[in-house]
Ligand binder design. Structure first.
Ligand SMILES: [Zn+2]
Ligand SMILES: [Zn+2]
Length: 306
């Protein structure tokens, strides 16, 4: 009995120490009651560089030459790819740069059609008829752009030259606070020239739809930036095709009939559907919610919704 009491007292003592130990962080930093005011975080505006990079072509030697060079350097021939699964390449598939046959071609992302050549180490799209390797250079300083991200549908190139005019101008125009932010977290501000290369060609966007557009955007009478402007008025501002046609004539002196506006909209939708269909998800049984603050009779109220 006596030993049981001693045991229990010891346990109580240990628990007491444990409670004090757990309370210390709270006593040091008591949890502040939540305010019912929204947290205002400044968001960075999206910036897009409109200047296009300088594109230069470089010659890639023939694959037979490259295979010879490999054997000379490594003392053994470069082996064709050892595949676990057979891939049905379209007839006549070869690397558009060095001409290597399909035995040396990796399929990078399956159905999307991106391939990598084992011989010249270049990536390309299946069915592409490019036959020259291109490099992109910064339009401000002429430095070769570096590939920084390679996503499913686009590649991001960046000018990493510290002496670039574009970078220097942006750096000099920063306020004191922005400079502090840039120092601690360079990714928060966009100071360098960025170019986004989309991995598609208009010719490859050929979804099997019976609703083929009346006009081919690649051969449109107006340049694509005019088509973009027309679409901005018609879609973003929700104006009628006749109003858009009038604006184009009276403001920009570009004559476009209202039927052309409608045709452009149909053709644009046709091309865009290839991008958006990747993001349509089936409805699931899950319910999603979000939260926000709204002002009710001058007071901030927190709400969440489903
Ligand atoms: Zn190649
Ligand atoms: Zn540059």
């Amino acid at each position: 009995m006596k030993s049981l009491i001693i045991n229990l007292t010891n346990t109580i003592r240990i628990l007491y120490v444990l409670v004090i130990y757990l309370l210390i962080p709270y006593l040091k930093n008591p949890i502040k009651p939540k305010t019912n005011k929204p947290i205002s975080k400044p968001y960075r505006k999206i910036e897009v560089d409109t200047e296009l990079p300088i594109v230069e072509t470089i010659e890639v030697p023939n694959y037979k030459e490259l295979l010879k060079q490999y054997e000379h350097k490594h003392g053994k021939p470069l082996k064709p790819i050892n595949r676990r699964k057979k891939i049905n390449f379209p007839k006549g598939t070869k690397c558009p740069y060095c001409g290597s046959p399909k035995e040396y071609i990796y399929t990078n992302n399956g159905s999307k059609g991106q391939c990598l050549c084992k011989v010249c180490n270049n990536t390309f799209m299946l069915g592409s008829n490019l036959n020259k390797k291109t490099i992109s250079k910064c339009p401000y300083c002429g430095h070769t752009l570096e590939k920084t991200k390679d996503r499913n549908s686009f590649i991001i190139y960046k000018c990493k030259n510290d002496n670039c005019k574009y970078y220097q101008n942006k750096l000099n125009s920063l306020t004191k606070e922005e400079k502090e932010i840039y120092k601690s977290n360079p990714g928060k501000l966009k100071l360098r020239y960025i170019y986004r290369e989309f991995k598609f060609s208009l010719a490859s966007l050929n979804p099997n739809t019976p609703n083929r557009p009346k006009i081919d955007l690649a051969k449109a009478h107006n340049p694509l930036n005019v088509v973009g402007l027309i679409m901005t008025f018609y879609v973003n501002f929700g104006l009628s095709s006749r109003t858009v046609s009038r604006i184009m004539d009276e403001v920009f002196s570009i004559k476009v009939s209202h039927q052309t506006v409608l045709n452009y909209a149909q053709a644009t939708a046709y091309y865009l559907s290839s991008f958006t269909k990747d993001h349509i998800k089936d409805l699931s049984s899950k319910l999603c919610g979000d939260e926000t603050y709204i002002k009710v009779k001058g007071k901030w109220r927190y709400i969440f919704l489903y």
